[in-house]
Design a protein around this ligand. Structure first.
Ligand code: CA
Length: 249
């Protein structure tokens, strides 16, 4: 009899489980595979970092108490290079680890013993949230809006015949907005999109950069043609390029 392989690895998102307790690994693997996730296991901190590089998982379940490199250090190292969602596991009642972990950029945590069912629910929720956060299109190539031409590969901008010299962040901000003309972006979404998922900055960072972007881009920064304020929400790119007076800006 030929046993068909279980359909787990091809279409599913991959999850790196970093845990040294065999029992927990076994249960997590069983529950996650049942949901069609592809499970990669690392049993210590060194393996975790190696596997992370090789497999580029969609989510990491990370136990904090591990041999060799501890979980918080792994979290820190992963965050230096990636916005991948991290769900921490902790056996401790100690709040400090959770707080430090969350400050280091973990997305959520669960305290042992946990229900594997709840774990799967959390994994699904985090993946849904991060897919949503990263699903906004970012344009490649040349964005041509008549008087405004944004050349993404060259990172050059020409507005009303002038070459506009933008900083990296100003350019990324303009590119993010102009990739979805008319769409209103909240400051938080722009922070995620331009500064990254783990950036713990003030939303006013966005306002400051919008301000400097407008000064360079717009002929009349107080009556911007392209980068417009949506009161109480955030900003949008207006491809029609009709100047609109922004009170007090
Ligand atoms: Ca452990």
């Amino acid at each position: 009899m030929i046993v068909a392989p279980r359909e787990t690895s091809m279409s599913g998102e991959s999850i790196l489980v970093v845990e040294d307790e065999a029992n927990i690994v076994r249960i997590l693997t069983m529950y996650l595979e049942r949901e069609n996730y592809r499970v990669i296991v690392a049993r210590d901190g060194e393996q975790a970092l190696e596997q992370f590089q090789v497999e580029q998982p969609d989510l990491v379940i990370l136990d904090l108490l591990l041999p060799k490199v501890d979980g918080l250090e792994i979290c820190r190292r992963i965050r230096r290079q990636s916005f991948v969602p991290i769900l921490m596991l902790t056996a401790k009642k100690d709040e400090t680890d959770k707080i430090v972990g969350l400050e280091l950029g973990a997305d959520d945590y669960m305290t042992k013993p946990f229900s594997p069912r709840e774990m799967v629910t959390r994994v699904r929720a985090i993946l849904r949230r991060t897919r949503h956060a990263t699903s906004l299109p970012i344009a490649e190539g040349i964005l041509d809006f008549g008087d405004l031409r944004i050349d993404v590969p060259k990172r050059s901008v020409i507005a009303e015949g002038r070459q506009v010299a933008l900083t990296a962040k100003e350019f990324d901000l303009l590119r993010a907005l102009a990739s979805s003309p008319g769409k209103v972006f909240s400051r938080d979404v722009l922070l995620n999109q331009v500064w990254g998922y783990d950036y713990y900055g003030d939303a006013r960072t966005v306002d400051v950069h919008i301000g400097t972007l407008r000064k360079k881009l717009e002929m009349q920064p107080s009556a911007p043609r392209w980068v417009k304020t949506v009161w109480g929400i955030g900003y949008k790119f207006d491809e029609s390029g009709v100047a609109l007076l922004q009170n007090g800006e």
